[in-house]
Design a protein around this ligand. Structure first.
Ligand code: NCD
Ligand code: ZN
Length: 335
């Protein structure tokens, strides 16, 4: 197969930012995807109904030329029942960041154990919990250490749908079949790279992200569940743009920008592994079922037609800038 037509592809984890950056990157996401789960880690975070409504309008404005559904998220904090009731219809879920775990997470949760009443309300109201699952331990062990928290949450709140965001380890993959209410997103970069690609040769700031890419055996475990279209696994790019000045700097910001090349990268990978027939489930069907959503009906055609990844999108440098891809989008989402 040298071509694949994707029906309503979805990116279940993306950072669109605000202001000029939003205007730059949101159309790139909307050209590839029928909908996306929009992360709330702005400064200040999207942590009130008012900010949620404001940000929704901003994203809608920036994607007005497209048939695109923004699935908004609220930044986790100690919400009251009234606040959750009011926010519920405006969002798809609540994103929990441990304080200090990643970009703009300063306002994240200090003590997850002290938030039981919020998890209980979310379970009762059927609001999904999206989690950046890393501890503050040694960087390569943070996700594996966090599996203890996932086990606790999944057991204590058995009807709460919990999405382990951007999983990178075999440890996290192993949880999927152990707890009915645990789901996961996987990025495209974590299916291609390991820590070696980031720091094994020359250091590659544009491949530096949180969670950091792990070991070959972790990548293999991720690949296996994605290529099999495991029913609890969804595509979430975690495309996280930063201006080049923040990446090529002594303090490199975490985040890999993949939004415009994610589908070609996925098609190339699934094709190489003779699994193109599984791509539809990974990039849309699983997410529709897990989140119970019906995105706008669009078609995106990806074909084995070579492209060169642009050197930059304005001030943002994409993953593998300037290199060749065997696949490209020949019919984007809005046409
Ligand atoms: C994200 C960002 O820049 O907002 N960075 C990243 O490395 N993935 C935050 C996040 O999802 O961790
Ligand atoms: Zn993210």
């Amino acid at each position: 197969m040298n071509s694949v037509t994707l029906r309503s592809p979805l990116d279940m984890h993306v950072h669109l930012r605000q202001d000029a950056m939003l205007d730059l990157v949101a159309p790139l996401t909307a050209a590839s995807f029928a909908g996306a789960v929009i992360m709330p880690n702005l400064l200040p975070p999207v942590n009130s109904v008012e900010r949620l409504q404001w940000y929704t309008q901003e994203v809608r404005r920036a994607t007005a030329a497209f048939s695109f559904a923004p699935y908004m998220t609220l930044f986790f904090r100690d919400y009251s029942e009234q606040e959750l009731m009011a926010a519920r219809e405006h969002m798809i879920g609540i994103k929990l960041y441990p304080a200090g775990a990643t970009t703009n997470s300063e306002h994240g949760v200090q003590q997850i154990d002290a938030m039981g009443h919020v998890f209980a309300m979310m379970e009762e109201m059927d609001i999904p919990l999206l989690v950046h699952g890393e501890t503050h331990g040694f960087v390569m062990d943070r996700e594996a250490e966090f599996t203890r928290v996932y086990r606790h949450l999944a057991t204590a709140y058995p009807r709460l749908r919990i999405v382990m965001e951007h999983i990178t380890t075999a440890d996290a993959v192993a949880l999927l079949d152990q707890y009915e209410n645990l789901f996961a997103t996987v990025t495209v970069h974590h299916l291609y790279i390991t820590l070696d690609d980031v720091v094994g040769g020359l250091m590659r700031p544009h491949l530096f992200c949180k969670p950091i890419a792990k070991r070959p055996e972790d990548k293999e475990a991720l690949l296996r569940v994605c290529l099999d279209a495991h029913p609890k696994v969804m595509f979430g790019s975690d495309s996280a743009p930063h201006p080049v000045s923040m990446k090529e700097s002594p303090g490199c910001a975490a985040g890999v920008f993949t939004a415009p090349i994610a589908l070609p990268l996925l098609a190339q990978l699934f094709s190489t592994h003779s699994s193109l027939d599984k791509l539809q489930a990974f990039v849309s069907d699983n997410a529709q079922r897990i989140y119970r959503i019906t995105p706008p009906s669009t078609e995106v055609v990806v074909e084995k037609v070579p492209m060169t990844i642009p050197d930059a999108y304005d001030e943002v440098i994409p993953m593998w800038a300037g290199s060749k891809l065997e696949w490209s989008i020949t019919k984007p989402a809005h046409q």
